[in-house]
Design a protein around this ligand. Structure first.
Ligand SMILES: [Zn+2]
Length: 308
């Protein structure tokens, strides 16, 4: 039997056909520009049907559909309780999709779905508790604790990106101040660099075509003073977030994904050192901090493998 995974994104809807924990085929379509709920679910259903036709797979050969969606997905009701990005409130995603496709539908937040794949098949494989932190435009968190996806006792928990790192600190996209996302996302790294560019006319970052996190990391590797300072500050903020997670949950694995994790050992080495100094129980074994290994299709695969 096949499983179908859906990764609902702001610009694209990705669908994948999964068998034996592997993605056999994917298909991508544009998310409707206005992100209208009915139109978006229709686009999702069309994408699934296209994927099945492309692979000559019938609905009767599929166990069900798993959806990773932005916002707060409530498994019990099948609703997206709230999505700031999509402007959805109490959107009945499961029942709307089932109007087009008669299959069981499991749901999770998109970062949770990616974290689930990482736990099952990626960097967290073999652990019982694995926290996946995606360091991209924002910060996504997928928490698996004792073998179960954890998003809180009530819906909407597990928002690692919006844990306060600095009280009344930098403004976050969510409207709050001082969130981890405002300090430890790729966007935050770029912002910290661009704010200091004028005081550092000698920095090679003044000449790069596109100032992004990779450019900052590359310049830091080359010894650029500004970039090195920004990167060191970034590592410190991220280390504080990770040390707090370790103090709170003590998972076995912390997997870092997203653009910044592309820095690999250059990030992990100073980060591990800093985390060692910040954690409470220095004498105890602590979480392995590693790069996520599942890549960009983790969301589709994790969604497909959600429990129906
Ligand atoms: Zn925030």
């Amino acid at each position: 039997m096949y499983k179908i995974g859906v990764d609902l994104g702001g610009t694209h809807i990705g669908v994948g056909l999964v068998k034996d924990n592997k993605i056999l085929s994917t298909y991508y379509t544009d998310t409707p520009k206005d992100r209208d709920f009915v139109k978006t679910v229709k686009a999702m259903a069309d994408a699934i049907n296209t994927l099945l036709e492309k692979n000559s797979v019938k609905l009767s050969q599929c166990d069900g559909i798993g959806i990773g969606s932005p916002g707060v997905a409530e498994e019990k009701t099948g609703n997206i309780v709230y999505s700031a990005n999509f402007g959805w409130h109490d959107a009945p995603l499961r029942s709307e999709l089932q109007r087009y496709i008669d299959l069981p539908v499991a749901m999770a937040n998109d970062a949770d779905a990616a974290g689930w794949a990482e736990y099952l098949l990626g960097a967290g494989r073999g652990s019982q508790s694995c926290i996946t932190i995606t360091l991209g435009t924002g910060i996504g968190g997928g928490m698996v604790i004792n073998g179960k996806l954890f998003s809180g006792g009530m819906s909407g928990g597990g928002e690692l990106g919006h844990v306060t790192l600095v009280a009344d600190g930098r403004e976050c996209g969510c409207g709050k101040k001082g969130c981890a996302e405002a300090y430890a996302s790729a966007t935050a790294m770029v912002k910290m660099a661009s704010e200091q560019l004028a005081q550092h006319p000698e920095s090679i970052l003044n000449k790069v075509e596109q100032l992004n996190a990779k450019a900052v990391v590359d310049a830091s590797r080359q010894g650029d003073e500004l970039a090195s300072k920004v990167f060191a500050d970034y590592v410190n903020y991220l280390a504080h977030l990770i040390a707090s997670i370790i103090n709170l949950i003590a998972p076995q694995v912390i997997a870092l994904g997203g653009g910044v994790a592309g820095a690999g050992e250059y990030l992990l080495e100073p980060l591990n050192k800093r985390v060692d100094r910040l954690i409470l129980n220095k004498k105890l074994p602590r979480a392995r901090i590693v790069c996520a290994t599942m890549g960009s299709d983790a969301g589709i695969l994790g969604a497909a493998l959600l429990e129906l």
